[in-house]
Design a protein around this ligand. Structure first.
Ligand code: SF4
Length: 317
């Protein structure tokens, strides 16, 4: 018998996206900026998970990290200062089929966007939120942000920031209905990628704070964690960010932490002598507002118009 036998054929993937399919414009961040590492990780995540570029959405506010959508060859929305989260929620409500990533900075999210941040955590709509935390407003040239360390000098506080910094992990853990709260660092590509992958696979809002180097304005603030053996505290658990034994062995300062234990998560978030990395908290059963807000999407246009007219008729005088 001649001809192709289909059972001899290798199974073909419906699509095979490569890194090229996600690489947008040339990134214009400063050399050595941690944002480059996050961009590379997200492009690798998209490739590894085979996310269709036309089904992937990058949303941002304003700031250095908010240039992220320009550097991805996916859909994107570079929004207003502090408004990335409501934009992403609107998109999620109309397009439940998209993979949504939000990039926001400590100034964008924790200051002008703080109200949206709190409610987005409570609404728990399915998306991956990356908080790039470099302890400063970088794009507007060195002003103190809510996470600037006490005593850190900037153009707004030349004699040093007066107040203690806000802890974004503690704040997020304090919001009812938080469902995924993790922390990682830009200079460890293995942990960074593993954390972002776990965040993307989580069904609900995953909040990932990324300690991000800004060599231009806050150079050296993470040196203690990069150079000292105990500067990083690795949290690990079977249900946490997956790390193997070889990886774990590189961190003498490590702790097993069950991510369902909220009280312990809060204690770990308060660690001052090291940067804890890993999954603080996960609740797979938290309510998701997007399961409600997509209702009616399939309603035909004529029916929608009829309903709107019916409501408007109620105001006729
Ligand atoms: Fe990165 Fe800082 Fe330069 Fe902004 S100012 S691009 S955060 S290094």
């Amino acid at each position: 018998m001649y001809g192709l036998k289909t059972d001899w054929l290798e199974p073909l993937q419906a699509s095979a996206f490569t890194l090229d399919d996600y690489e947008g414009g040339v990134a214009r961040w400063c050399p050595g900026c941690g944002d480059h590492a996050v961009l590379t990780s997200i492009q690798r995540l998209c490739r590894d998970e085979q996310l269709p570029p036309h089904k992937t959405m990058m949303v941002s506010g304003i700031g250095c990290s908010s240039r992220f959508p320009h550097y991805m060859k996916t859909y994107g929305f570079h929004g207003l200062h502090g408004r990335a989260l409501p934009l992403a929620e609107g998109i999620r409500s109309r397009r439940p089929d998209l993979h949504i990533f939000v990039s926001t900075g400590d100034g964008d999210c924790c200051s002008i966007g703080a109200g949206h941040w709190i409610h987005a955590i409570r609404y728990n709509m399915n998306m991956t939120v990356m908080l790039f935390d470099n302890n400063v407003y970088g794009l507007t040239k060195n002003q103190s942000s809510p996470t600037s360390c006490q005593g850190q000098t900037s153009n707004t506080h030349p004699r040093g920031a007066w107040l203690k910094p806000l802890n974004p992990i503690q704040t997020t853990l304090g919001v009812i209905n938080a469902s995924f709260v993790a922390q990682t660092v830009d200079w460890n590509p293995v942990h960074l990628l593993a954390t972002l992958k776990a965040a993307h696979r989580h069904q609900g809002l995953s909040f990932v704070r990324i300690m991000q180097r800004c060599p231009h304005f806050t150079d050296g603030i993470f040196d203690f964690a990069r150079n000292e053996a105990n500067g990083i505290k690795l949290m690990h658990h079977a249900d946490g960010i997956p790390v193997d034994d070889a990886f774990k062995a590189r961190f003498p300062n490590h702790v097993e932490h069950d991510p369902t234990n909220l009280n312990e998560a809060r204690e770990l978030a308060d660690t001052e002598d090291a940067i804890p990395i890993g999954l603080f908290y996960r609740n797979n059963n938290a309510d998701r507002y997007d399961e409600f807000s997509v209702e009616g999407l399939a309603t035909p246009r004529a029916e929608k118009l009829k309903a709107v007219r019916g409501v408007l008729d109620g105001y006729r005088i």
